[in-house]
Design a protein around this ligand. Structure first.
Ligand SMILES: CC(C)(COP(=O)(O)OP(=O)(O)OC[C@H]1O[C@@H](n2cnc3c(N)ncnc32)[C@H](O)[C@@H]1OP(=O)(O)O)[C@@H](O)C(=O)NCCC(=O)NCCS
Length: 293
């Protein structure tokens, strides 16, 4: 670590005037951060400003009046995890301690915001394995893998399920569903928020009207002509739930992100012309208040 640079780093919440520069540095982290269009980034920024998280959890690093790094943190209240997301350092400023400073500062912020957190969490794309020692040095370890598969949007014949916009009347059942991967775990508040978003559906078995799952469709900024499908399911109905997404999206292709624990779902997808496109490791660090470093 180059000490004279670390001493000069100023870390603070971003100002409105830095929005475009923030986005440029974020994009310099591709393909190791999540692809996002400027419009969606702008919406995210505005939403975060309104709910206060831009101020409390987004950070920029500046050195001598230059913006050199960014990070977007968030909290999963249902998992009690502090999420350190979308960390990127401007290419000419890498390997000088900026990334490490942003991670350490993020940990402090997250704990200040919610002292009940049990873990810090982050995702590392599988193609970015070289960064693992950087996080391991900071106390993180790989726990699981989430696989992204892409395939044709009409991949199954749907016979016995129906899709209807999810409503607050479904809450009792929604809160019991299993998520496709750790990052879509939600508590009751999270569910209330997500069902207000567009294209959020409850999946039911037609005959019995039993709720077996949830689907949400969103344009996938990472691939052309593709809808990203987020899902959750009642135990034993995972395959039925993903099948019910077939033919319901306008785009030609679908992406699903599936944690490797759900082997039956992955097997079904690979059996039906889906292909692996990428994956992401989940790294966790247990929070020990005595050992914070
Ligand atoms: C990962 C990243 C944020 C690290 O920021 P940084 O300011 O360079 O990090 P630091 O200077 O604090 O630490 C750098 C250390 O991590 C290692 N490292 C980080 N990323 C690395 C990579 N892709 N390949 C090899 N080594 C890497 C360096 O070797 C260095 O180790 P050293 O101190 O023993 O020499 C930065 O490289 C970056 O923006 N990468 C592109 C986006 C990205 O990968 N984001 C992380 C998503 S999980």
């Amino acid at each position: 670590m180059v000490l004279h640079v670390v001493d000069k780093i100023e870390i603070r919440s971003p100002h409105d005037i830095e929005r475009e520069e923030f986005f440029q540095i974020y994009k310099s982290g591709l393909p190791n951060v999540d692809p996002i269009s400027y419009d969606r980034f702008l919406n995210w920024w505005i939403r975060s400003k309104e709910n206060g998280t831009l101020d409390s959890l987004w950070r920029v690093a500046r050195i001598d009046n230059e913006l050199v790094g960014v990070v977007i943190n968030s909290i999963s209240e249902s998992l009690k995890w502090g999420l350190i997301w979308e960390l990127a350092v401007k290419p000419g400023w890498r390997n000088k301690g900026v990334g490490e400073s942003l991670v350490r500062e993020s940990q402090k912020l997250l704990l200040q915001k919610n002292p009940a957190l049990t873990h810090f969490a982050l995702g590392v794309k599988a193609h970015n394995q070289r960064v693992l020692p950087f996080y391991e040095r900071l106390g993180y370890g790989v726990r699981t893998l989430v696989v992204c598969c892409r395939g044709p949007s009409c991949f199954a014949t749907v016979e016995n399920t129906t899709l209807k916009s999810a409503t607050s009347n479904d809450m009792h059942h929604l809160t019991k569903l299993k998520p496709d991967s750790y990052w879509s775990s939600r508590n009751a508040d999270g569910w209330l928020r997500v069902i207000q978003e567009p294209e959020a559906y409850a999946v039911r078995i037609q005959k019995k009207n039993t709720l077996i799952g949830f689907l949400r469709f969103e344009h996938d900024d990472g691939y052309e002509n593709t809808t990203a499908v987020n899902f959750a399911f009642k135990t034993g109905y995972g395959v039925e739930v993903i099948k019910s997404a077939s033919n319901h999206v306008g785009a030609g292709y679908i992406t699903f992100w599936v944690q490797v624990d759900h082997q039956d779902i992955l097997e079904y997808l690979y059996d039906n012309s889906f292909q692996y496109v990428e994956s992401e490791y989940l790294l966790l660090k247990k929070i020990s208040l005595h050992k914070q470093s």
